[in-house]
Design a protein around this ligand. Structure first.
Ligand code: KIV
Length: 284
């Protein structure tokens, strides 16, 4: 198992003060979590994007709290030392401050998270405040917020116009004042991200497709490795095509089983001759 020191809030703020970018990835399962911890990733987000990447839904909306807890527990078992963030699923916090505190509490108690993330700006600031007052570190999420994809008119860049950009900046300030220790900006123009990062006083600004000037970067793991079959968004860099490697392996398996070149002698188990003879005699 990993020998790393546990990544904590002070570790993250130290990186910010030293000007070292924070690394953050999504993850939804035990073996991938193990590899990410070994690779030295600072933060993992168990995103409700698992609805699309792991469960095959067309959006994140059908994902339940039970889905999130189960995947987050698996990730925690694989990555005990990363800073683990649970993503609050649709309608687990929107109805009220109380629902938000209860859902955040489940993530902490049942999945050993270090923090939670929720989507929305000034209208969700009271949820952030309630969660933080309950002693739970909280991250806000602005820009393209997938749980509101219908209201936003699709998966598109947010804050391209000055007024919309100003609204995102106001939202960021409201979340920071409510106590969010970090804010994720998704698909926000680079110079807007730069302004928000410069103006953040005690808040870590993270970027997903929002430029290089934030305090760190987030990517969706499945996009990095060609593992999401439907599309790869522009903001994702493909660091390796694991999807292609796996597909080629699967095709080879089909072919080798079909032509009987698999399995070979080293791939199966045997019984000793005397045991086999006795077995035969038992059958006679
Ligand atoms: O669910 C998720 O993975 C997210 C990212 C899109 C930021 O919220």
């Amino acid at each position: 198992m990993s020998e790393r020191k546990k990544v904590t809030l002070p570790t993250l703020f130290k990186k910010v003060s030293e000007g070292t970018p924070i690394t953050w990835l999504t993850c939804y399962d035990y073996p991938t979590a193990y590899l990410q911890d070994q690779a030295g990733i600072d933060m993992i987000l168990v995103g409700d994007s698992l609805g699309m990447t792991m469960l095959g839904y067309d959006s994140t909306l059908p994902v339940t709290m039970a889905d999130m807890i189960r995947h987050t527990q698996a990730v925690r078992r694989g990555a005990p030392n990363v800073f683990l963030v649970g993503d609050m699923p649709y309608m687990s916090y929107q109805p009220s401050v109380e629902s938000a505190i209860r859902s955040a509490g489940r993530f902490m108690a049942e999945a050993a998270c270090d923090a939670i993330k929720l989507e929305g700006g000034v209208e969700m600031a009271d949820r952030i405040e309630g969660i933080v007052k309950a002693g739970i570190p909280a991250i806000g999420h602005l820009g393209l917020t997938p749980q509101s994809v219908s209201a936003l008119g699709g998966f598109r860049v947010q804050g391209k116009g000055a007024l919309q950009a100003k609204k995102i900046m106001d939202d960021a300030k409201a979340l920071e004042q409510a106590g969010a220790f970090a804010i994720l900006l998704e698909m926000v123009p680079d110079r807007v991200t730069q302004l928000i990062t410069e103006r953040a006083e005690n808040c870590i600004i993270m970027s997903l497709g929002s430029g290089p000037d934030a305090h760190g970067q987030l990517l969706i793991y499945h996009d990095m490795f060609g593992l999401y079959p439907k599309f790869t968004p522009k903001m994702a860099k493909v660091f390796g095509n694991a999807g292609e490697v796996i597909l080629n392996g699967l095709k080879a398996y089909v072919s080798e089983v079909t032509d009987r070149s698999f399995p070979q002698r080293e791939n199966w188990f045997t019984i000793k001759d005397e045991e086999y003879q006795e077995l035969r005699s038992l059958l006679d």
